[in-house]
Design a protein around this ligand. Structure first.
Ligand code: 13P
Ligand code: SF4
Length: 302
């Protein structure tokens, strides 16, 4: 059945002049039909540079919005429009405006895991790949607001030695990974390297050999001499890690680290999206222009 679906998706994709982008947490069946897999930064760069007319975005809503912000002339569609990011939903534009009023002198850095309305309120955007570099680039700024992820903020603050004004946001999936999980897996696999996402709890980050974005973890695993890895992020990444490194072993730090929103898209929904050219994600122009500035400032840094 998958073979049949795959063939239909391939043909229709060509006819529609579409590309399929899939985040590293997507289901294997989705990653398998994608033209590109990647982390948030990579996918937004690909979206910004593609010649395709249609972008089928297999990820969560803020990622498709970012693609639409960067290429308003393209049709950006999501095979499941209800795939949201609970962390992004923890901060509204109104919340951020109020925070800015409390710290009128502060420069505002926002994680890409935010809505387009929130991005429009930012001075500069960042992803898990470049958050440290972005804050390091703001050496001349006295006060920095960093939203919405308090754990990413904690990691960045420690790495840059900067005090950050943060928000009480977090990723409900990554906080399920506990230090006990890492210690238990270390006992089972004493030679394994520990890779974790900076959205994890600080007590988990403190136990890691490598703290990075999902695609940076793929790079680290590929280049490392180590043969075994404990993976402290959403478990969907394991599929890609194993596929790219068939001779290496990857163990999830916790089987509980599942992002249900990243699992909503299937091959059937992709085919339907291509047939119907739905659901469109489009950001209103007044918001899009302001949000784009924050993303472009990030691209200038890294
Ligand atoms: P990456 O940019 O590292 O892929 O992270 C996105 C995300 O949502 C992590 O939970
Ligand atoms: Fe959002 Fe967390 Fe899911 Fe990433 S894993 S999309 S941060 S809820």
């Amino acid at each position: 059945m998958f073979k049949d679906l795959r063939e239909k998706i391939k043909q229709l994709k060509k006819r529609r002049k579409a590309i399929i982008l899939a985040h590293n947490y997507q289901l294997p069946e989705v990653q398998d039909v994608a033209d590109y897999r990647g982390d948030s930064l990579e996918l937004s760069r690909i979206a910004a540079n593609t010649d395709a007319k249609v972008i089928v975005f297999c990820g969560v809503h803020f990622m498709a919005e970012t693609a639409s912000i960067l290429c308003p002339d393209k049709l950006v569609i999501m095979p499941d429009i209800h795939s949201g990011c609970p962390m992004a939903n923890m901060l509204t534009a109104e919340d951020l405006r109020k925070l800015k009023q409390r710290y009128p002198q502060a420069i505002v850095v926002g994680y890409v895991n935010t809505s387009a309305e929130v991005k429009a309120e930012l001075d500069i955007c960042c992803t898990s790949t470049n958050a440290v570099a972005v804050v390091n680039a703001l050496k001349d700024k006295k006060e920095i607001i960093f939203v919405p992820d308090k754990y990413l903020a904690d990691y960045v603050s420690k790495k840059t030695q900067r005090k950050l004004i943060c928000w009480n946001g977090f990723c409900p999936t990554h906080v399920k990974i506990l230090p006990e999980d890492i210690k238990r897996e270390k006992k089972f696999h004493p030679f394994a390297k520990v890779m974790v996402h900076p959205e994890c709890l600080p007590s988990v980050v403190a136990l890691a050999d490598n703290v990075s974005s999902t695609s940076q973890m793929c790079k680290f695993a590929g280049e490392s001499e180590a043969k075994e890895f404990i993976v402290g992020t959403e478990i969907g990444l394991i599929y890609r890690l194993k596929k790219d490194n068939p001779k290496k072993e990857f163990y999830p730090a916790s089987e509980a680290a599942v992002c249900p929103n990243m699992k909503r898209i299937t091959q059937e929904k992709i085919l339907f999206a291509l047939e119907e050219l739905k659901e469109e994600v489009r950001v209103p122009d007044n918001i899009r222009r302001r949000a784009k500035k924050a993303i472009e400032r990030m691209f200038k840094i890294i």
